[in-house]
Design a protein around this ligand. Structure first.
Ligand SMILES: [Ca+2]
Length: 531
């Protein structure tokens, strides 16, 4: 007699006419590794109600600022936040925090707590917490913390002891003696990033069962000489045995100087050891408009694997992946193409335009998304310091060399500034901007299909799952549209707390993070209590 599972599988096979789509984890930001903001999850809610608890499975409390997107793997959910609602009374004060919750219950399993950089508030902006989404590969969790460190964590935390080689969690989590408020924000103050100085051993906090187990650390400041700015936002890309990481190199507190022009924008580490194996050789540093916040993506183009990355200089690059582990010295990444996203913008001495809302260089926050031999990229003037102009561009990813003049398939003007990564679904491209508009564009030719005015800026990316488009805004409004050629707003919810995180779906549940709470939304769920 066939099992229920095999009947369900058979029904899925015949019903869909294609490979069955089963509930799955979401172990990295976007799809692996095109970074398309699309999920194959089904049966997700059309609406929910925080007042009655309808369609809510559970709610977990976060800090007060959450700019990180929830990531789900192997029964656990990871999200970065701050420490303004301390989960552990031993950790008090401003910290970067990564929380790990039980997927089923929303209970906290463990957390990584990282002291802030206190040399200059511009190195590690007060109260912003850990902004990077994690990437989970097997039982290892990769992320870039608030101090500009690439960290490899044990998904099981300390439940099976303190695994190495890194065993100095006590020093890592203990703030310096006399730690307190960061110095005043003084533009032009001559301050350099300094290493963490833990207190003497006897005064250090000791890791307990709810603290993270760090396996290795690579410090981007000490290791490749970056100048951190505002906060790290990197989503690590795993390709074979290697991690591709945008470094976060940026301007200093004047917003007019690059202190580390030689520092790389993209580095490659051995995922097993954290050893540096390669870095870009594109001399992007002097032209970084604000900081290096675009994370890499990857795809095979005509049978050839490529790593895509957009620099803080507004140029989209493709590199060959690292194939061999070199024993001596870091390898330079081999470039396959470069595409200047804004060729008419000024290219030299770009920081003289800092604060100019009318003209100046472009940079790129969202990820370059690969879909069917094309790259879709949103970019334009910096949201805080640059011109208002922004675009969604479609690039032919099959070309090589300098492809600025021959690879642009189409360009679509956006409203004012863009932070989003596009979602490509069913011949449509969805993106949202900081001019408070959601856009639906024909993927083939870039023609506008519909727009919708939203109440706040979109810092999150639109996310397509179950035929719906999910998007939260900085005004605290959450929108659910039909992901189709015709505009249809299915529902909207006023959460009254700003949203920076992209919504994610895994195993039949949708995860939505506001600044203060993580909602697990599930069809038919009724919330019992906040965890
Ligand atoms: Ca350890």
């Amino acid at each position: 007699m066939p099992s229920i599972k095999s009947i369900v599988l058979a029904a899925l096979w015949t019903g869909a006419g294609v490979l069955p789509v089963l509930p799955a984890d979401q172990p990295q930001w976007g799809q692996a590794w095109s970074r398309n903001m699309v999920s194959a999850e089904r049966g997700l809610p059309d609406s929910f109600d925080p007042q009655t608890g309808a369609n809510i499975k559970w709610v977990a409390k976060l800090g007060t600022e959450t700019h990180s997107t929830p990531i789900i793997a192997d029964g656990r959910i990871y999200i970065g936040t701050n420490n303004e609602e301390p989960r552990d009374p031993r950790h008090r004060g401003d910290r970067g925090v990564l929380m790990c919750f039980d997927e089923n219950t929303g209970d906290l399993l463990w957390q990584l707590v990282v002291p802030k950089r206190e040399e200059d508030p511009y190195f590690d902006w007060p109260k912003t917490g850990i902004s990077s989404p994690v990437t989970v590969d097997g039982d290892r969790v990769y992320l870039v913390g608030n101090r500009g460190e690439v960290l490899c964590l044990d998904a099981r935390g300390m439940t099976d002891g303190n695994d190495g080689p890194f065993r100095n969690e006590a020093a890592h989590m203990s703030p310096p003696t006399n730690s307190g408020a960061p110095p005043k924000m003084v533009v032009g103050a001559e301050i350099s990033p300094a290493p963490h100085s833990p207190p003497p051993k006897a005064e250090q906090l000791q890791p307990g069962p709810t603290d993270a187990d760090i396996l290795w650390v690579f410090d981007l400041v000490a290791g490749v000489g970056i100048w951190p700015h505002d906060g790290a936002h990197s989503s690590v890309l795993v390709h074979g045995d290697y991690l591709y990481v945008n470094t976060g190199n940026g301007v200093d507190n004047t917003h007019k100087r690059i202190r580390r022009p030689e520092a790389p924008s993209l580095v490659v580490l051995d995922k097993r050891t954290g050893r540096l194996v390669a870095q870009d050789d594109e001399r992007i540093g002097p032209h970084v408009v604000h900081a290096t916040w675009c994370s890499p993506s990857s795809a095979e183009v005509n049978g050839r694997p490529l790593i895509f990355f957009a620099g803080g200089n507004g140029v989209v690059y493709a590199f060959e992946p690292v194939r061999e582990r070199l024993l001596n010295g870091a390898l330079k990444l081999k470039k396959v193409f470069q595409f200047d996203f804004d060729p008419r913008a000024p290219k030299e001495d770009v920081h003289r335009f800092s604060g100019n809302k009318r003209e100046g260089p472009s940079n790129i926050y969202g990820l370059p998304v690969f879909h069917q031999s094309r790259l879709y990229v949103g970019g334009g003037g910096d949201i805080w310091w640059g011109k208002n102009e922004a675009w969604l561009k479609c690039i032919d990813a099959t070309k090589t060399g300098d492809i600025t003049t021959n690879a642009l398939v189409w360009s679509y003007p956006l409203g004012r500034h863009v932070m989003s990564t596009p979602a490509i679904y069913d011949g449509l491209v969805f993106i949202a901007d900081c001019g408070r508009t959601v856009h639906c564009v024909d993927a083939k030719n870039g023609r506008p299909l519909w727009t919708h005015e939203i109440k706040g800026e979109a810092w999150a990316s639109p996310y397509v799952a179950d035929g719906k488009l999910y998007l939260g805004t900085r005004s605290g409004d959450f929108y659910i549209f039909a992901a189709g050629r015709e505009k249809k707003l299915i529902s909207s919810v006023e959460l009254r707390t700003p949203i920076s995180a992209t919504t994610t779906a895994a195993n039949g549940t949708l995860y939505l993070a506001t600044m203060t709470h993580l909602y697990a939304l599930r069809q038919g769920g009724v919330q019992q209590k906040t965890r």
